[in-house]
Design a protein around this ligand. Structure first.
Ligand SMILES: *Cc1c(COP(=O)(O)O)cnc(C)c1O
Length: 387
């Protein structure tokens, strides 16, 4: 058995090392923005939006305060009626369902695909009804939901599609015969620049993407107290801005986004290689024709051994996390809205998933050490199952 004491500092996420590696660029960007002192809507905000829009293949980017606001602004921009239904995945971070409910809309939870953890188009199809207005897929853990199928359903039923790309910025999938950036396929894309996301700031940040000029104009207005010119408020909006300082940092980091993704994929490749044919474990599934960006590397642990495995890993100094321990329809906040639905795949995922450390600064030796310990612990759990 390997000693618990080792030279590595294993962490789920390592923002400190990434900062140190990019320090000169980031410090210069921050110093310039501070010297300029236009802290609200400074020039960096517009420049970052422009540059990200180009990086995503040419789309309007509307920055805002965080990813949750981006989702809220997107739904507000669609001018829905109270009680209108938004079909979304039952297996995601709470923000996705929260904004739907906050706006007086009804979240309708669809089940997921067992392999990708993403919303299952067959489940969505069965839930579309007369009040359905929006499909809200989440590209979970860094990999595309089935956009071909979802966009076809939306077209057939005249529905809006809002993509939650908070965990998958920079990921692509094959759509209409070419690789397209996630978040740019539906009517509106929503992302987050939370520090641990694929492109993270040093605090909160988010953005909406759209190709439709009227939606872009509405989102911009809604994020600015519903005004289009100063002190004329044409709709009831909110205050949601990306700070100039965050934009300056994100601008400095944006040229590195593809490298960040390559580094995440390199960690995943080590895990994938070292953990093949390991008892109890099902490794992440990579769809062909889509780039998985591994915002999370999420395994499934069979036979009720997740807690036992996590405990053994902890003893070996290997951190792990459960994203997410409850499906959304099982959360106390949403259970009443969801009603007594059974979504077996989402529920099974919530019992079985385990995410391993994943970040851009992990050394291949660290990834190998983690994987070896995961294998050893899984083998021990398989031989000595705890009940
Ligand atoms: C992080 C996240 C959000 C919310 O982003 P914030 O910037 O934290 O508000 C929304 N949806 C998903 C799937 C996320 O992972």
């Amino acid at each position: 058995m390997e000693a618990a004491q080792h030279e590595f500092r294993l962490r789920m996420v390592d923002l400190e090392q990434q900062y140190l590696r990019l320090k000169s660029d980031i410090d210069a960007a921050l110093a310039a923005a501070v010297a300029d002192s236009r802290y609200i809507n400074g020039p960096e905000v517009g420049l970052f939006a422009q540059e990200l829009g180009v990086a995503l293949g040419g789309i309007q980017v509307l920055p805002c305060g965080n990813g949750t606001d981006a989702l809220q602004l997107a739904l507000m921009a669609l001018e829905l009626q109270p009680g209108d239904e938004v079909i979304t995945t039952a297996f995601s971070f709470a923000a996705t369902a929260e904004v739907i409910a906050l706006l007086g809309l009804k979240p309708v939870f669809a089940d997921i695909d067992a392999q990708t953890f993403n919303i299952d188009p067959a489940s969505v199809a069965a839930l579309i009804g007369p009040r359905t207005r929006v499909l809200l897929p989440v590209h979970l853990f860094g990999q595309a939901a089935d956009m071909e199928a979802l966009m076809a359903l939306a077209a057939a039923h005249k529905l809006w599609v809002v993509e939650d790309v908070a965990q998958a910025l920079g990921a692509t999938c094959r759509f209409n015969g070419r690789d397209q950036a996630l978040g740019t396929i539906g009517h509106i894309g929503c992302t987050s620049f939370f520090p641990s996301k694929n492109l993270g700031g040093f605090g909160d940040g988010g953005a909406c993407f759209t190709r439709q000029a009227h939606l872009a104009q509405r989102i911009r207005s809604l994020a600015t107290h519903g005004s289009e010119q100063q002190y004329l408020h044409t709709r009831i909006g909110i205050n949601s801005r990306l700070d100039t300082l965050q934009a300056a940092i994100l601008r400095a980091k944006l040229p590195h986004l593809n490298d960040f993704i390559a580094r995440r994929r390199a960690v995943a490749a080590v895990y994938q290689q070292e953990l093949g044919h390991c008892p109890l474990l099902t490794l992440p599934f990579e769809q062909s024709g889509a780039l998985h960006t591994y915002n999370q590397y999420t395994l499934r642990v069979a036979k009720g051994q997740r807690a036992a495995l996590q405990e053994r890993l902890q003893a070996a100094g290997v951190p792990s996390r459960i994203y997410y321990p409850l499906a959304l329809h099982q959360q106390p906040a949403f259970a009443a809205l969801a009603g007594p639905v059974a979504l077996p795949e989402a529920e099974a995922a919530s019992r079985e998933v385990l995410s391993l450390p994943m970040h851009t600064e992990m050394l291949s030796g660290e990834a190998a050490y983690i994987a070896r310990n995961v294998r050893r612990c899984a083998e021990e759990c398989a031989l000595n199952p705890s009940l």
